[in-house]
Ligand binder design. Structure first.
Ligand code: ARG
Length: 589
C-alpha cells in the first residue's frame, strides 16, 4: 500500500510496517514506538532496535521469550508482507536488519523523478513557526555574528518551508531604546533640516553612532538633552518620531544590500513594534504574581539561575527582556505560532534560557520543553580570523559585510576567468556564476560546521575546489548536468519511458543514499542543524563520483538509460539541497 504521507521517507515507511509487527509480537505492551535507524554495517540498510527495550519490560513476566534475540526473531516473523523489504535477519542482541528491495528502491526513485522532489518533503508536527533571525541593531554595526544568524536562519526557514510549515521570517531589528535619544539629538545638531538627510549625507552610520556616543559620554549638557529626547520620542512627538524613522531607514538600506546579495527574504518587525504590548503583558504576569521587586527593579525569578530576569529597570524603562516577553506573547497569541525559533550567538543563551523559563512559569509554554508550543534558541559560535581571534579585517575594526561578500565574489570571479572552459562565456554568465560560487562558498563554509562551534573564516579554504566546499559541490553538480547534456538524450522522455535498475552495488549504494534525503531533512529540521544536510550533500557527491561514476560507465553502456536517470536523480537531490542551503546551483563549468 502506498503511504502518501511518507513518500520518500524510508524510515517512516518501515516504522509503519514494524509497528504492525510489534503489536502482534507484544500485544500487551501499548506504548512501544518502533525504533528504526539506517545502518552502516553490511547486514542491512536499516535496522529495528526494539528487541532489547521490549525484553527489559517483559523479562519479569511470563512470556514465550527467552531473551532479546528471541524477541527480535518474533518481530521479524510477525512482519506483514511488504514490497519494501527484500530480506531480514536478526543479529547480536536482537537487532532486526532489513535489506531493502532494490526494485522498490528503483521504483521510488523513478516516481520522484516523475512527480517531483517536493513529494519527498517531510511532514512535521507543526503548522506555523516563527524564525527570528538576522536581527541587527539600527545604527550599530551589522557584524559577522549577524551574518551567521542570517545564513543559518534562512536555511532553517527554507527547510521548514519545504517541510510544509508556514514560516514567519522575522527580523527582530534593534530599533528602540535609549540610544535613539542621543542619535536623534546628534542628528538635529548636525543637520538643522533633518528632512533632507540621506545616507550620502550621513555617510557611515556606524561612525555617526560612535561620534554621538562620544559626545554623550563627554558632554553632560548633551547627555541631558539626549535623555529628554528619548522621553519625547516615546511620547510620540512628531519631530522626534520622524528623526527616528529617518535613522532607521538609512540603516535599513545598508541591511538590505546584504540581504539582496544573499538572496534572503525577511520581514521586519523590530523591537519598536512590540513596545505598545509591553505594559499589558507585564500586567498579566504581575497578576499571576510572577513579578517581584528587587533592588528597585521589577524582576521575575526563574529556577536554576541565581540572578533574576529584569523586566522593568530601576529607572522605569523597559529592556531587551521586556520586549522579548511581549514579542513571545504576540507570536503565540496573535500569530498563533507553534514553534518559535531564535537564531543568535551562544552568548545570549542565558537570556533565552531565563526568558523561556519565565514563559513556562506563566504557563505560556508547556513545562516539558518538548511539546508544542515550543520556543528554541538556536545558538552559534564565533567567527574567528586566521589568528584565532574574533574575525576582523586588516585595517578597520569591524568587518563590513557587503565588502566581505564582494571579496568572495571577486575572488571566485578571478578563479573563473582563468578556467579554460569559461573562455567563451558571456559577461553575464561569468557574473552570475561568480556570485553563485562566491556567496555559496561563504554560506556553505558557515553551515557545514556544527553551528555551536566557532569557525575560522578563510577565503582560500572556502573557495578551494577541493574538499568539502561549495565550489567542489557546485562543480560536481555541473559535471553531472554536462554528462546528461552530452548524452544527447531527452531526459524528460527517459523519465517516462526508461526504467531504473540498481543491479550494480554502486548503483544500489547511490540509490540508497538518494532515498535517505527526506529523513535527513527531517532530522535537520527537528534538531535545527543545517550541518546534517551539508554532510548528506557532501556524501552524496562522494558516492556519486568515487563509487558510481568511477565504476559504472554511463554513456554508451547497455545500462545507459537507467544510469542517466540516476544522474538526473542525483542532480535533482543536489539541487534541492543547494536550494535548502540558500545556494544557487550552476549548470556548467
Ligand atoms: N538585536 C539582537 C542582537 O543584535 C538580536 C535579537 C535576537 N532576537 C530576539 N528576539 N531577541 O544581538
Amino acid at each position: 500500500a502506498v503511504d502518501e504521507e511518507n513518500v520518500g521517507n524510508v524510515k517512516r515507511q518501515l516504522a509503519k510496517i514494524f509497528e504492525v509487527s510489534l503489536k502482534t509480537t507484544v500485544p500487551d505492551e501499548t506504548d512501544v514506538e518502533p525504533l528504526i535507524a539506517a545502518c552502516t554495517g553490511k547486514f542491512g540498510d536499516y535496522q529495528c532496535n526494539n528487541a532489547m527495550g521490549i525484553w527489559s519490560k517483559i523479562k519479569g513476566k511470563k512470556t514465550e521469550f527467552k531473551g532479546p534475540p528471541s524477541v527480535g526473531q518474533a518481530i521479524m516473523k510477525n512482519l506483514p508482507p511488504s514490497e519494501i523489504i527484500e530480506s531480514c535477519s536478526v543479529a547480536g542482541p536482537g537487532f532486526v536488519n532489513v535489506v531493502l528491495s532494490k526494485d522498490w528502491m528503483a521504483h521510488s526513485l523513478q516516481r520522484m523523478l516523475i512527480d517531483g522532489i517536493d513529494t519527498w518533503a517531510p511532514r512535521l508536527p507543526v503548522k506555523r513557526a516563527v524564525v527570528d533571525f538576522s536581527s541587527p541593531n539600527i545604527a550599530k554595526e551589522m557584524h559577522v555574528g549577524h551574518l551567521r544568524s542570517t545564513i543559518i536562519g534562512d536555511t532553517l526557514a527554507r527547510m521548514l518551508e519545504f517541510s510544509h510549515v508556514e514560516v514567519l521570517r522575522r527580523n527582530h531589528v534593534g530599533d528602540w531604546g535609549t540610544q535613539f535619544g542621543m542619535l536623534i539629538e546628534f542628528l538635529f545638531e548636525k543637520f538643522p533640516n533633518p528632512e533632507n538627510v540621506n545616507e550620502a549625507a550621513i555617510g557611515d552610520l556606524q561612525a555617526f553612532y560612535k561620534a554621538s556616543k562620544q559626545k554623550f559620554d563627554s558632554d553632560p549638557e548633551f547627555k541631558q538633552t539626549a535623555q529628554q529626547a528619548v522621553v519625547r520620542l516615546q511620547g510620540g512627538e512628531a519631530k522626534y518620531r520622524k528623526a527616528w524613522a529617518k535613522i532607521c531607514e538609512i540603516s535599513r538600506t545598508e541591511f538590505h544590500r546584504v540581504y539582496q546579495r544573499l538572496g534572503v527574504h525577511l520581514e521586519e518587525k523590530g523591537e519598536s513594534f512590540y513596545n505598545p504590548y509591553i505594559p499589558g503583558v507585564l500586567e498579566k504576569l504581575n497578576q499571576q504574581g510572577l513579578i517581584e521587586e528587587s533592588e528597585g527593579a521589577r524582576v521575575i525569578f526563574v529556577e536554576g539561575v541565581n540572578i533574576p530576569l529584569i523586566v522593568v529597570k530601576s529607572d522605569g524603562g523597559y529592556n531587551y527582556a521586556s520586549t522579548d516577553l511581549a514579542a513571545l506573547w504576540y507570536r503565540l497569541n496573535e500569530e498563533k505560532a507553534e514553534w518559535i525559533i531564535y537564531v543568535t550567538d551562544v552568548g545570549q543563551q542565558q537570556h533565552f534560557d531565563m526568558f523561556f523559563k519565565a514563559a513556562k512559569r506563566a504557563g505560556w509554554l508547556p513545562a516539558d520543553g518538548a511539546s508544542y508550543p515550543k520556543a528554541t534558541h538556536v545558538g552559534f559560535g564565533l567567527v574567528l580570523g586566521e589568528d584565532g581571534k574574533r574575525f576582523r579585517t586588516r585595517n578597520t575594526e569591524v568587518v563590513r559585510l557587503v565588502d566581505l561578500l564582494d571579496e568572495a565574489k571577486n575572488r571566485s570571479k578571478s578563479a573563473l576567468i582563468e578556467r579554460e572552459t569559461a573562455k567563451d562565456w558571456s559577461e553575464e554568465e561569468i557574473e552570475k556564476t561568480a556570485e553563485a560560487v562566491g556567496y555559496g562558498a561563504v554560506k556553505y563554509a558557515d553551515l557545514k560546521n556544527n553551528r555551536l562551534t566557532n569557525y575560522t573564516f578563510n577565503f582560500d579554504q572556502m573557495l578551494s575546489d577541493k574538499g568539502n566546499t561549495a565550489v567542489y559541490l557546485l562543480y560536481a553538480h555541473a559535471r553531472i548536468c554536462s554528462i546528461i547534456r552530452k548524452s544527447g538524450k531527452d531526459i524528460e522522455e527517459l523519465k517516462r519511458a526508461g526504467k531504473i535498475v540498481l543491479d550494480h552495488q554502486d548503483e544500489r549504494a547511490l540509490g540508497l543514499h538518494l532515498l535517505q534525503f527526506s529523513e535527513v531533512v527531517e532530522e535537520a529540521c527537528t534538531n535545527l542543524l543545517p550541518n546534517v544536510l551539508c554532510e548528506y550533500l557532501y556524501n552524496l557527491s562522494e558516492i556519486f563520483t568515487k563509487k558510481f561514476y568511477s565504476n559504472c560507465q554511463v554513456v554508451g553502456s547497455p545500462e545507459e538509460t537507467s544510469r542517466l536517470l540516476l544522474c538526473e536523480a542525483t542532480a535533482t537531490v543536489m539541487r534541492k539541497c543547494f536550494y535548502l542551503l540558500g545556494i544557487v546551483p550552476v549548470y556548467k563549468i
